[in-house]
Design a protein around this ligand. Structure first.
Ligand code: ARG
Length: 571
């Protein structure tokens, strides 16, 4: 459809030029005015002519009449004018030949672009705080971040995924104190991160009664900052245990990071950066602490160093950005975190700009809303959290139950249950506009009959099964064929995929792809119910429908991979 839109916009521009020489609109602007009507009875694509009234100084009705009589394009079937709207109907042959041919030719590259031109995009995502639980609140940054990585790769960028671990800070002081008081090496070795989290939670409980624990924790962290040997050893050990555990979850999502350089990595790079800020007259002492004043930009000051000289979160982010610019020479960096950190990013982006780096404008914060589970709020400190791994495990268990019931002889059940269970969660999460708060309802996510991941995977499996049965059919027949409405609707939807990819990238919004997957599934299932594929009356119909199914298989497969959902050939 993108191609059709292009030639249509150029045709429209020619007509507009003939109506008024100074309308000032280029093809791009005209293309942006085009809309997809909600109902196919209103054409395949429409131009609301009121958008042109001002530039042309004519009424929408006049404009639409004029264009309708003058526009010509080999792929247009007919044009109707309705109340100032230009409704354009595209020839079926455009879909059956160009669109279908295009999808099959590009295959698993259909929908991809090359405008990224190999330029580097760094994606900073997931980034849990070590020793604190990796919980459902991190689902957003993990799956949105990874999906944005896939989308940028699909557009030809070279992507670097960085897990900016929260591996530095007072929580380590707390953990060290808790370990000395109540911890036990063997238990930690056996239970891993769960035991670390239990110690962390216990620390907070006991510290409510005994304030001195907090002082002790601060003292231990200060020792760590001065590279106390024993504390460094413990700190490294806690991190190794945590990463090992995170990797199990990442594996279930098929996520691999290019770098695990966390906050601590920048400790020795910070002094130079702070010196640079001083040289550039940006630092101000405020009650003993060093800050960058941002009043002029209507933001609170950005905190760089505490009174005791230890660095703060923004200082580490600024150092990391400078390091990454030198190391990766990025085109842009995308930071995915919950919306609660929006001010933090706005502040330190501004500081980088004030330091004189024009690339500060290429630092992008992508925020997302809060998550609750079955209506309950989550709180790390009290231990009322749902760990991501437990959420996945319970989804996988439930899928196994459903599979046992529906398809007791399914082969390779464990792997499939993992793909469907984890996929269900990812899909459910990514169906929402990222900025909206979401209440996670596990039952809804797993509903095979709803607008869910399992439904989409089931549809994909259906295409695989048709193609498997059709594998011996001679398909070397010309694609020219007079389609019915269901077939056309399906192809029209398939033709929109590249635009959806663009939109998802431009808006940093994977949900565009998730919702699009549902459109494809609805149209394919409608077609599947109404049209015999392998049992079609004649050979050319049969071949056409097999090819159409193959195209759906490609589009769904490509789209699944963009939202990090596995494909399942049989469920
Ligand atoms: N560790 C932080 C957290 O869990 C997120 C880090 C995001 N990335 C960054 N460069 N600040 O809240």
């Amino acid at each position: 459809m993108l191609q059709f839109k292009k030639s249509l916009s150029s045709g429209l521009k020619t007509v507009l030029d003939s109506l008024n020489t100074s309308h000032g609109l280029d093809e791009e602007k005209i293309a942006q005015m085009l809309e997809y009507p909600p109902d196919e009875k209103m054409g395949d694509i429409a131009l609301p002519c009121f958008k042109l009234s001002k530039s042309l100084r004519m009424s929408p009705v006049m404009i639409s009449e004029k264009i309708a009589s003058e526009l010509s394009d080999e792929n247009i079937e007919k044009i109707e004018t309705v109340n100032g709207y230009l409704n354009i109907y595209i020839k079926k042959s455009y879909f059956s030949e160009k669109v279908l041919g295009g999808v099959l030719e590009k295959g698993n590259r259909y929908g991809s672009f090359d405008f990224g031109n190999g330029k580097t995009v760094v994606l900073d995502y997931s980034s849990p705080n070590v020793a604190k639980p990796f919980h459902i609140g991190h689902l957003g940054t993990t799956v949105i971040g990874h999906s944005l990585k896939k989308l940028h790769e699909f557009a030809g960028y070279n992507c670097v995924g960085v897990n900016h671990l929260g591996d530095w800070g007072t929580q380590f002081g707390k953990l060290i104190v808790a370990y000395h008081l109540w911890g036990d090496k063997a238990t930690i070795e056996e239970k891993g991160i769960d035991e670390l989290v239990a110690l962390y939670v216990r620390f907070h409980k006991e510290a409510e009664e005994d304030q001195s624990l907090n002082d002790k924790a601060r003292a231990e962290f200060t020792k760590l900052e001065h590279f106390d040997e024993e504390n460094i050893k413990l700190w490294k050990w806690f991190i190794d245990i945590s990463i090992e555990e995170y990797k199990k979850t990442y594996k279930q999502l098929d996520i691999e990071f290019d770098s695990y350089c966390g906050e601590s990595f920048y400790s020795d790079k910070m002094p130079a950066v702070i010196e640079e800020m001083k040289q550039k007259n940006l630092l101000k002492i405020d009650d003993g602490a060093s800050v960058v004043d941002l009043e002029e930009y209507k933001m609170p000051p950005c905190l760089i160093l505490k009174r005791d000289g230890s660095s703060l979160y923004p200082a580490r982010d600024i150092s990391a950005a400078l390091y990454r610019k030198n190391t990766y020479d990025f085109e842009k960096v995308i930071y995915v975190t919950d919306a609660g950190q929006s001010l933090h990013f706005a502040q330190w982006f501004k500081v980088v700009e004030l330091m004189g780096y024009e690339w500060a404008k290429n630092l992008v914060h992508v925020p997302y809303g809060k998550v609750s589970l079955n209506g309950e709020k989550l709180a790390t400190r009290t231990g009322n959290v749902i760990l991501l791994k437990d959420l996945f495990a319970s989804a996988i268990e439930k899928v196994k139950d459903i599979m046992n019931e529906k398809n007791p002889n399914l082969e390779n059940r464990d792997a499939k249950a993992e793909a469907v269970g984890v996929g269900a969660i990812v899909f459910y999460y990514l169906s929402n506009n990222r900025i909206k708060d979401i209440n996670f309802m596990l039952e809804d996510a797993l509903n095979f009959d709803g607008n869910t991941g399992p439904y989409a995977q089931y549809t994909y499996a259906r295409t695989c099964s048709v193609l498997e049965k059709a594998k011996d059919v001679e398909k070397d027949v010309s694609i020219s064929y007079d389609m019915n409405d269901k077939e056309k609707a399906l192809l029209r939807t398939l033709s929109l995929f590249p635009e959806k990819v663009l939109q998802a990238i431009n808006d940093y919004e994977p949900s565009v792809i998730t919702r699009y997957i549902l459109d494809v599934c609805t149209d394919f299932n409608g077609f599947y119910h109404d049209c015999q594929i392998l049992g079609a009356d004649d050979e050319s119909t049969k071949v056409f429908r097999i090819k159409l199914t193959e195209a759906v298989n490609y589009v769904l497969g490509n789209a699944f991979s963009l939202i990090c959902m596995r494909k399942t050939e049989k469920i």
